[in-house]
Write a protein that binds this ligand. Structure first.
Ligand code: CA
Length: 234
């Protein structure tokens, strides 16, 4: 069994941030590649096969959103996005982009390492599970093996974490899952982290699933899927 360290690709044009992020990740046992360029990042994703990408939103050539979209066209490689502004969050997690998580600058590098570790641990267990199960709720079907969601005959494109979140909620239908529980189950955080990422992903799921969305908000607590559809589709 190989004990080769996993490689994290850090894409950031601010040299001071790139170097402290790299230092903390190396210290945590990861191999690190850094680049300041989005174009170079895409090449490194193909050649170095990193286990995770830490991706800054603002880059001098192609921006982080475009880099993430292009990564998503070929792979579910986890992407942790860095952004300077809160208002970018919906876009980052959102529709076409599909980052797994984000951090707003300035951030605590220890927290960044904790998130990287959590995301990678989660990604590894997912692969080992070799899931072949399907869950159904009304017109909605989700297939863990193919990582596909459908409403009736129509396939709905979900980002990796949107899929995992929907799976977790459907798999526990009738039960309330708190934001912290969802953060732990879907993102793998064992500490109480920033739960806004859960809310942003739920919002995106609702947007994508429309009337077929089974997710119920339990105010002040978290989310659940009702055991049966509330409106009968006869
Ligand atoms: Ca930047």
């Amino acid at each position: 069994m190989s004990s080769k360290p996993q490689t994290v690709l850090v894409v950031e044009d601010e040299a001071s941030i790139a170097s402290f992020v790299a230092a903390y990740l190396k210290n945590a046992g990861y191999a690190v590649r850094t680049t300041a360029s989005g174009v170079e990042a895409l090449k490194l994703v193909a050649s170095e096969k990193p286990a995770l990408v830490v991706l800054d939103l603002m880059l001098p050539d192609i921006d982080g959103v475009e880099v993430c979209k292009r990564i998503r066209q070929t792979t579910d490689l986890p992407v942790l996005m860095l952004t300077a502004r809160d208002e970018d969050v919906d876009k980052i997690i959102g529709l076409e982009v599909g980052a797994d998580d984000y951090m707003t600058k300035p951030f605590n590098p220890r927290e960044l390492v904790a998130r990287v570790r959590a995301i990678l641990r989660r990604a590894t267990t997912e692969r080992e599970k070799g899931e072949s199960a399907t869950l159904q709720h009304g017109d909605l079907t989700i297939d863990a093996g193919r990582r596909e969601a459908r409403v009736g005959d129509q396939e709905i494109q979900l980002a990796p974490k949107e899929f995992d979140l929907l799976w977790e909620l459907l798999d526990h239908r009738g039960l309330v899952l708190t934001r912290d529980q969802l953060l732990e189950r879907v993102w793998g955080y064992t500490f109480a982290g920033d739960t806004r990422t859960v809310d942003v992903h739920v919002r995106q799921l609702r947007r994508k699933l429309g009337d077929a969305s089974p997710i119920v908000t339990v105010w002040g607590v978290g989310y659940k899927v009702s055991p049966a559809r509330e409106q009968q589709s006869a």
